[in-house]
Design a protein around this ligand. Structure first.
Ligand SMILES: Cc1cc2nc3c(=O)[nH]c(=O)nc-3n(C[C@H](O)[C@H](O)[C@H](O)COP(=O)(O)OP(=O)(O)OC[C@H]3O[C@@H](n4cnc5c(N)ncnc54)[C@H](O)[C@@H]3O)c2cc1C
Length: 365
C-alpha cells in the first residue's frame, strides 16, 4: 500500500515513520528545499515521549533532550505564584523533556527511509480519492496524509467548508540564547504579557514570550522585547542580552476551529493541519506525535481511518479548548483581574496542577 504525506514537519515525518514501520511505501512531499526546522525549543510532555517510544525513536530523542519540566509560574517581579510539583508530575506520568526542534526533526528524519523524502515539492491540490497535484505533476495514493500545518492546502482542498484559523488575540516570540546560567525553568505572568525560559542540554536557553496585540501588528523584534521585559526579574534581562536579534522568531498565534471529521475519503489530517492550537499547554507537537502513532496502529491492524477519527478528534479538540482557556487567563490585562488571578494561583495546592493534567498526559499508545 502506498501513502503520500504532505508536509515534512513533526506530524509528517512522524506519520511517515509510523506507516513505514507498518509496511507502507511512503513519500513525504515537502515544499522546503530540505527537511529541517528553524530554531527554538519544544517541550515534549510524557504523552509525547510515550508516542516517540512507540515510534521506536524515544531513546534517540531523550539523548538530545533535557529531562525536566517547568518549575512554576512567577509574577513579573519574580515572586512565585505557583510551584509545579515536578516530582509528583513525574511519579504520575513520567518525565517531560525539552529539546531543540531541529534535534527532534533530525531524529525523525534519520528514522524515515531516505528514498521516502521528497523535498522541494509544493502540493497545490488534493482530492478525496487520493489524487495529489504538485509542482511538476500529479500522483494518486491509497492514503494521503495532510500534515501541511496551519495553512494546510490539504484541508482547504478537501474540507472547503472548514473555517479559517482564528487569531488568539496575542502574539509570540521565541529565541534560543547563548548559554546563560538560569537554574530552573519558569514562566512569568504580567498584565497581558508573559515570558518563559527553559535551559537546553548544551547550556543555551530557550526563551518564549507572548503579549496581547492586534493581529498582524508590526514587530520591533529584540528591541521591543527589551522594552517590554527588560525590567522584569532576573535572569530575563540577562537572557535578552544573550539573544541574537536576528534569531528572534515572531508569530501571531492561531487556533483552528474544530473540524467535524479528520477523515474524508482516502485523505486524513494530522498535526496542525487538523488541530492547530495555542501553545499554552505545549501540546501541539505532542498531539502530532500521538496522531502518527494512532494512524500507524489503525492502518496496521485494519481498524481503518474511522477509528483514527474517533480516537484523535475528541482528544485533540479537548486539548485545544484547554489550551485556549489557559491562554485567556494568562493573558488577562486588567489590574483587578490580574490581582484575583495571582491570588488564586498562590492558593492553589501544587499537587492539584499535576492532577489536573491527567486527561492530557495520561495517554498511552
Ligand atoms: C510559539 C509556539 C510555541 C510552541 N511550543 C510548543 C511546545 O513547547 N510543545 C509542543 O508540543 N508544541 C508546541 N508548539 C506547537 C508546535 O510547534 C506545532 O504543533 C507543530 O510544529 C506542528 O507540526 P506540523 O508538522 O503539524 O506542522 P508544521 O510544523 O507547520 O509543518 C508543516 C510542514 O508542511 C510543509 N508544507 C506546508 N504546505 C505545503 C505544501 N502545500 N506542499 C508541501 N509542503 C507543505 C511546511 O513547509 C512544513 O514543513 C508551539 C507553537 C508555537 C507557535
Amino acid at each position: 500500500m502506498r501513502a503520500i504525506i504532505i508536509g515534512g514537519g513533526i506530524a509528517g515525518l512522524a506519520s511517515a515513520l509510523a506507516l513505514t514501520r507498518r509496511g507502507w511505501r511512503v513519500e513525504v512531499f515537502e515544499r522546503a528545499p530540505e527537511f529541517t526546522e528553524v530554531g527554538a525549543g519544544l517541550s515534549l510532555w510524557p504523552n509525547a515521549l510515550r508516542a516517540l517510544d512507540a515510534l521506536g525513536v524515544g531513546e534517540g530523542v531523550r539523548g538530545r533532550a533535557v529531562l525536566e519540566g517547568q518549575a512554576g509560574i512567577r509574577d513579573a517581579a519574580g515572586r512565585w505564584l505557583s510551584r509545579t510539583d515536578t516530582a509528583e508530575l513525574e511519579r504520575r506520568y513520567g518525565p517531560a523533556a525539552m529539546i531543540h526542534r531541529a534535534d527532534l526533526l533530525a531524529v525523525l528524519r534519520a528514522a524515515v527511509p531516505e528514498e521516502a523524502l521528497r523535498p522541494g515539492i509544493t502540493v497545490s491540490e488534493v482530492r478525496p480519492d487520493g489524487m495529489v497535484a504538485y509542482s511538476g505533476g500529479q500522483s494518486r495514493a491509497d492514503l494521503v496524509v495532510g500534515a501541511d500545518g496551519l495553512g494546510s492546502v490539504t484541508r482547504q482542498s478537501v474540507w472547503p467548508e472548514a473555517p479559517a484559523p482564528r487569531y488568539a488575540g496575542y502574539t509570540a516570540w521565541r529565541v534560543v540564547t547563548a548559554p546563560v546560567l538560569v537554574g530552573e525553568a519558569s514562566e512569568s505572568w504580567g498584565r497581558g504579557e508573559r515570558f518563559g525560559y527553559i535551559p537546553l542540554p548544551d547550556g543555551r536557553v530557550y526563551c518564549y514570550a507572548a503579549a496581547n496585540a492586534p493581529e498582524g501588528a508590526p514587530d520591533s523584534g529584540l528591541t521591543g522585547l527589551h522594552a517590554r521585559f527588560g525590567g522584569w526579574h532576573h535572569p530575563i534581562p540577562a537572557l535578552l542580552d544573550a539573544a541574537d536579534p536576528g534569531a528572534v522568531l515572531h508569530h501571531d498565534l492561531y487556533e483552528l476551529p474544530p473540524l467535524a471529521t479528520y477523515v474524508r475519503g482516502n485523505v486524513v489530517l494530522a498535526g496542525d493541519a487538523a488541530h492547530a492550537m495555542t501553545p499554552n499547554l505545549g501540546q501541539g507537537a505532542c498531539q502530532a506525535l500521538e496522531d502518527a502513532v494512532v494512524l500507524g496502529t489503525v492502518m496496521g491492524n485494519g481498524a481503518g481511518l474511522g477509528a483514527y477519527d474517533r480516537q484523535r478528534r475528541p482528544r485533540a479538540q479537548m486539548i485545544t479548548r484547554r489550551s485556549r482557556r489557559i491562554g485567556a487567563v494568562a493573558q488577562w490585562a486588567s489590574p483587578a483581574a490580574v490581582t484575583v488571578r495571582n491570588t488564586a494561583l498562590r492558593l492553589l495546592p501544587s499537587a492539584s496542577f499535576a492532577r489536573s493534567l491527567a486527561p492530557v498526559l495520561d495517554w498511552a499508545a
